[in-house]
Design a binder for this molecule. Sequence first.
Ligand code: GTP
Ligand code: MG
Length: 590
Amino acid sequence: MEKKTKLQWLRSNLDGNGWLYILSLFGVAVYSIMQLTVPFVSREIVDVFLTSDDAAANMANRRDYFFFLIFAMVGLTLLRTTIVYLSAMGCEKVSQGALYKIRTYLFNKIEHQDMNFFNTYRTGDLMTRLTGDLDAIRHMIAWVLKSCIESIFLVGATSIYFFIMDWRLALAILALAPVMLWIIILFKNKVKLRHRDLREKFANLNTDAQENISGNRVVKAFAREDYEIEKFDKANVEYSTYSKKTAMTWLEYFPYVQIVAELMPIVLLVFGGILIINKQMTPGEFVAFSGLCWAIANPMRNMGGIVNEFQRFNAAAAKVMEIYYSEPKIVDKENAIELKERVQGKIEFKNVSFKYEDGKLPVLNDVSFTVNPGETVAIMGETGCGKTSLINLIPRFYEPTSGEVLIDGINVSDIKLHDLRCSIGLASQDVLLYSDSIDGNIAYGNLRLSLEEVMKYAKYSQAAEFIQKMPERYDTIIGERGVGLSGGQKQRISLARALAVAPPILILDDTTSAVDMETEKEIQHALKSLDFECTKLIIAQRISTTKACDKILVLKDGRIVEEGSHDELVAKGGYYCSLVKLQTGEEVVA
Ligand code: GTP
Ligand code: MG
């Protein structure tokens, strides 16, 4: 995708409201120029009906004109107010539309990112991008650009009007503008970095809060509440101090801006006075000048606020655009193969090596093995040897650094990601359940499942019994991440969820580690009599699980060191055999 500047990017996200925005900004320009009408009419009233030599005669003879001016003043004010209202509504509508569009797009982008992305970005930081940063972008459309146009047109129209009335006085007043501009530029350069850092500190604060809330069980377990409160307070103080510092930056410059703005009425008084004394200016013109002096001074004073918000937008937009333009590396290839029919379930690893992008050492080294359709293969090995990393290559959560992973003889990277992942039922090591009903959690991968089917899968995973005992059975709502369930119960629901898609390939990563031996045995038994064909790859530590498998792979430091059936490996007398001795406490004879 072509990368745009921040404002170009903003324009491209106005979501079909571009014309409404242009119209609204045009309205802003019009009502800014209309600010001049009241002083213009006042000037006419003063000159014709108050200070002219024949003011009394004018009042008697040109009464209609007098009333016309009064009504014009009221009418124009009403019209101006209407335009102000409509423009503000227009800008708000456009900003909300853009906010909605960007947020949806961003969420979509995040959803389709690969694992590396989630390893890189912290949740709190992503949440900041979806909330605070997006609000700065909405504010840019709804207020900052609008205020900018307002100031430019007000100053522009007033300057022209001043020049038309009296170029000498206009020049004297506007001579102060470059000084003001110079102060604003100095301020802009200083505040730019401050906003970038402030935004980072806000993201840190959000990350702290998010990690704490989701990890509150650990905090409680270690009685570290005070420590965490102190840590959060530190981040909070840091943000608050930096926030004040950023706000103060403008106050450093404000006195100079104020002095320049205050000089304007003085210049007007001195210069205008001289011109009136010399009869080079009418009192009405002087009234118009003094009535509009604010139209130059105020926008200049407000410039600080506008520049501030511009820099806030800059910092936020940079963060949002980073995600907006980020592309996942693991995507469908051109002409990716669609899996029209259910795969048979043959899994092959051919000389697969793998290293995490941010890791230093390879995690898998030259791994080759084959699992035939319908077979059950166990993967064993000490903790950290690369079991989870190995199975993560099958659904393409990561790509091998070399070698190939094949399903039914097709390289997984040639298969459409959606089809590939729909063919795999995965119960991951870290069980994550949603705050939803048990029914909803089990049917997550296949929302069309009937309750009877959900119950069937719960029976396979030995979850049916405890679910029946719950207050609302399958409608019981479980808390965030499955709060309210024991570790083993969560594992069994996660297993039912993996089974519920009736996958041709089932991958279980330590799924029964928290389940008692008896229940585990029943699960093993149920897995053998599933009512659909399925190849099973099971990571397990217990011999009771692996014993009946067709094949066992033993991994060590990312290499397969032993491969064979239970009996074969026991006969070999290696790592597996020692594990059998350890777990059964018996000397085994093959
Ligand atoms: P257990 O689940 O504890 O039995 O271990 P495992 O065999 O499943 O190990 P796993 O595949 O999770 O990890 C293998 C190695 O990769 C370990 O040395 C980890 O430190 C490392 N590792 C795992 N995940 C990541 C990751 O996201 N990034 C990086 N850089 N290293 C990782
Ligand atoms: Mg693991």
